[in-house]
Design a protein around this ligand. Structure first.
Ligand code: C2E
Ligand code: MG
Ligand code: MG
Length: 541
């Protein structure tokens, strides 16, 4: 019970007591004035009833005391009831784990702040989403996840100036309601302080847990004057921050809302496109070095959009990953590719890219097997390419999935090697069959730069671990010779052929095979011209 309520209760009790006493005094005055008491005393004395009178007085006193006791008891009951009510209210408005306000209280506070302001208030909604929180939960367990959330709450409390509100909106999402007064710069300063503070490791057992934070900020403005629009705007800005590379903060801009609408339309379009089978496989040749003999193709997705024409993966793969559509997209692509490749020479292999999300799917190996069985494609002809981002999310799940695939006879390649942040760690932890050296390294070879030395080192590292290596993005003949000299096993790039549709691939195989079915892509200018023309014809088809 609050002190205020306690004081008003005591005041009420005192008033009631005083009123009763006043009534008593009035009765006494009237009684003495009219001589009623005198008559009563004389009557009791005359009939020897003084004891009865005293008994009546004593009983009245007893009743008075009982009434006061009852009142105290009542007070205790009311206190307990009010306490329970206050606790229930607090639970309904606070996050049980961190003690911060929950979404409901945050929204109520925001509503109240907006309603009490004259004009547009100087407030910012700062939405914070933790980076790398899921791996903490998955790898170290929920107790570690809870410890991280509590540490985050403590750090936010410590950074937020008094009089402002910090809340946990749910999961690993937090929000601050910050009144910046006349100092707009203070919002950016606070956001930066939060990012710095949350990137400091959190002690856990004998070790420490590392997370980060991405922040979206919405300032109240003519366009964002309700709690819903402010929260939505902060959310949009936060997602922009995630897309821009995490551990950063972004202020909401109106264009972001526009971009979001376009994205929603594209999402609808992609969903329908996948269902209508508009995503088709393109095939980019992979050759063995130094002979440049075709050994297979990498399967790359293209969207044959009814209005926009042929779209590249950069226009839709990220969206498909963010919305979970990537799995449907990839399985349909794998099915089409395995069917296409059935008529091609049996020694040709297919390499297919798998997204991080699919690696989390425990049924992934079974799904691959089902497609191989359905299309009659041998597992030994299939290679799965994964990027390191897939491994960062959940290394243990990746290990299990990759091992099951390898047990089927499928090979695993680590794609875009050198662009992830802990390549060596993943090489040690997981058993790959192949490394694909990212094209950003390969492109620098002709310059003879320091990066070329790195390519040399990667090839040496691969062969010391017994891994095959593919250099991606080979565009010049001189880099092929250099790569072959360093011991690189395979090559892929525009020099040997750009990704092309099924019909262009059929043409390539028909026109370039010798009697034994061998295709040598020697990079001759005329051959390339024909290949590119074939690819273009297929694109336009
Ligand atoms: P990636 O797996 O590293 O594929 C290689 C990319 O390099 C392809 O781009 C290819 O067209 C491009 N490339 C090949 N040779 C050269 C060259 O000589 N020079 C240059 N500048 N580029 C070259 P693309 O087809 O645009 O694909 C981009 C990325 O999209 C792929 O990178 C892959 O990560 C992703 N992707 C494509 N298809 C799929 C898919 O079906 N599923 C998933 N999960 N990701 C896919
Ligand atoms: Mg790839
Ligand atoms: Mg690659």
């Amino acid at each position: 019970m609050s002190d205020d309520r306690s004081a008003s209760w005591a005041e009420g009790e005192a008033r009631e007591l005083l009123s009763l006493m006043m009534i008593g005094v009035c009765v006494w005055i009237v009684g003495t004035q009219l001589g009623v008491f005198k008559i009563l005393l004389e009557f009791t004395a005359l009939h020897g009833l003084e004891h009865l009178l005293m008994l009546a007085i004593c009983m009245s006193l007893g009743i008075g005391v009982a009434a006061v006791r009852k009142s105290f008891k009542l007070r205790r009951v009311m206190e307990a009831r009010d306490g329970a009510q206050a606790q229930a209210e607090s639970v309904a408005r606070h996050d049980v784990l961190t003690g911060l306000a929950n979404r409901r209280l945050f929204k109520e506070t925001l509503d109240a702040r907006l309603a009490s302001a004259e004009g547009i208030p100087s407030i910012a909604v700062i939405q914070i989403d933790l980076d790398r929180f899921k791996p903490v939960n998955d790898v170290h367990g929920h107790a570690a996840g809870d410890a991280v959330l509590c540490a985050v709450a403590d750090r936010l409390r410590g950074l937020l100036p008094p009089g402002n509100t910090a809340a946990r909106l749910g999961g690993d999402e937090f929000a601050l309601l910050f009144d910046y007064g006349a100092d707009t710069e203070s919002v950016s300063r606070l956001a930066q302080q939060i990012i710095t503070s949350l990137s400091q490791p959190i002690p856990w057992g004998a070790g420490r847990l590392e997370i980060g934070a991405t922040i979206g900020i919405a300032l109240a403005s003519v366009e964002t004057v309700t709690s819903e629009t402010l929260l939505h705007a902060a959310d949009v800005a936060m997602y922009q921050g995630k897309r821009d590379g995490r551990s950063t903060y972004r202020f909401f801009q109106l264009e972001m809302g526009h971009a979001l609408k376009i994205r929603a339309l594209l999402e609808q379009d992609l969903r329908a496109g996948i269902a209508r089978g508009e995503i088709e496989p393109f095939y980019q040749p992979v050759v063995a070095l130094p002979g440049r003999e075709l050994i297979g193709f990498e399967v790359l997705a293209r969207w044959r959009h009814p209005e926009h024409g042929l779209m590249n993966p950069s226009d839709f793969i990220t969206l498909a990953e963010e919305t979970g559509m990537i799995a449907d997209l990839c399985w349909s692509l794998m099915r089409q590719a395995c069917r296409d490749a059935r008529s091609w020479p049996q020694h040709l292999q297919l390499a297919i890219n798998i997204s991080p999300l699919q690696l989390q799917d425990k049924q992934m190996p079974e799904r691959v097997l089902a497609i191989l069985t359905e299309t009659g494609f041998a597992p030994s002809r299939l290679e799965i390419e994964i990027t390191e981002t897939a491994l960062v999310n959940d290394l243990e799940a990746a290990r299990v999935a990759l091992k099951s695939l390898q047990n089927l006879g499928v090979r695993i390649a680590l794609d875009d090697f050198g662009t992830g942040y802990s390549s060596l760690y993943h090489l040690r932890e997981l058993q790959f069959d192949k490394l694909k050296i990212d094209r950003s390294y390969v492109a620098s070879i002709p310059l003879g730069s320091e990066r070329a030395k790195l390519v040399d080192a990667i090839i040496a590292l691969g062969s010391s671990l017994g891994l095959l290596t593919t250099a991606e993005g080979i565009e010049t003949a001189s880099s092929v010779d250099w790569l072959a000299d360093q011991g690189c096993t395979y090559g892929q790039g525009f020099l040997f052929g750009a990704p092309m549709g099924k019909s262009a691939t059929d043409v390539l195989l028909a026109e370039w095979s010798d009697e034994s079915g061998k295709v040598v892509l020697d990079g001759a200018a005329e051959a390339q011209r024909q290949l590119k023309a074939g690819a273009l014809r297929a694109s336009a088809a």
